[in-house]
Design a binder for this molecule. Sequence first.
Ligand code: NAD
Ligand code: UD1
Length: 317
Amino acid sequence: MATYLVTGGAGFIGSHVVHTLAERGESVRVLDNFSTGFRANLAAVIGPIAIHEGDICDLESIKPHFEGVEYVIHLAALPSVARSVADPIESNAININGTLNVLMAARDARVKRVVFAASAAAYGDNPVLPRTESLLPNPLSPYALQKLAGEYYCQVFTHVFGLEAVALRFFNIFGPRQNPDSPYTGVLSKFITAYLRGNIPVVFGDGEQSRDFTHVDNVVDATLRACTSAKAAGRVINVGTGESYTLNQTIALLNSIFGRGVKPQYGPPRPGDARHSRADITLARQLLGYEPVRNYPEGLRLTVEWYSARVAGGKAH
Ligand code: NAD
Ligand code: UD1
């Protein structure tokens, strides 16, 4: 049994990581300030986990939680492009200074490894597909820049301080517990709940933009592999499925899952959107032995089932 500290463990992705670690019988600590995460996301966790309410922006107060930890999975962030545009200073403090604090605390506690949630946003609107890690980054928002800075901090800590750190560039992650009522949520949680609530999904633009929609189970698998894989230290690695689907294809999939013929409403394109995004997952295969555990249509069907049960039970997410 190893001891894991999951920052942001009460959030969407974090809660899935925590559930899996607990199911595997690992010792788990969660560090979260519950700004976008929820205690309810961890209510069903089987096994003992320690939940610490704390802010990664306050280095001294979080240090004790790192003592005796082997693996830190650092997911705490303000994970929103729009919010980073609205308030670059606040998101900079959490996404860059907070990440630096986590790395400092991990270094001082001599943890074995830190796995950091980076983002495909680092690629910006680079027209090259699929995205390989060797492409020149092109951050187009404060959020993208902050996540990129986090990657570089991870590399610097590996090379200068000998703290093993791995940055995983997540592509559009979806699945249960993504909060559809947050203004910054991903498109799929919005589309699925629109179907369930009898609303018309709104497509920004012509719907021909495409994404590498990645079910959260894939991310959990890649993240846990990144903790222990011998070759991953100091690396930046894409985590996606290697396939992409357009929003129009997504509507067709949802129509088939729900047995409906919904026609979306098309609105103006969202400024700053990338047109296409798809991960090259060769490096993840090589360094992590990663293989997507769920493809998009299956992940979408499972996610619809989850939201359907929640909405039928009177809960939003
Ligand atoms: P989320 O908002 O559900 O989770 C973030 C968690 O961090 C929340 O529980 C929140 O309360 C916590 N948190 C925020 N600020 C904190 C602070 N100062 N101190 C302590 N805890 C704090 O978001 P998510 O979608 O689960 O994202 C998790 C990570 O993955 C983030 O780092 C995000 O940037 C990254 N990521 C997500 C996606 C995606 O598609 N969802 C894509 C790329 C990268
Ligand atoms: C997402 C992540 C971002 C991550 C990036 C990595 C979210 C909220 N954002 O950004 O954190 O860094 O992937 O790949 O998960 N759209 C609609 N209708 C809607 C909402 C969105 O048509 O109601 C469109 C958008 O204009 C965009 C596409 O759907 O073209 C995807 O949008 P979104 O889910 O917000 O994700 P990204 O912007 O790709």
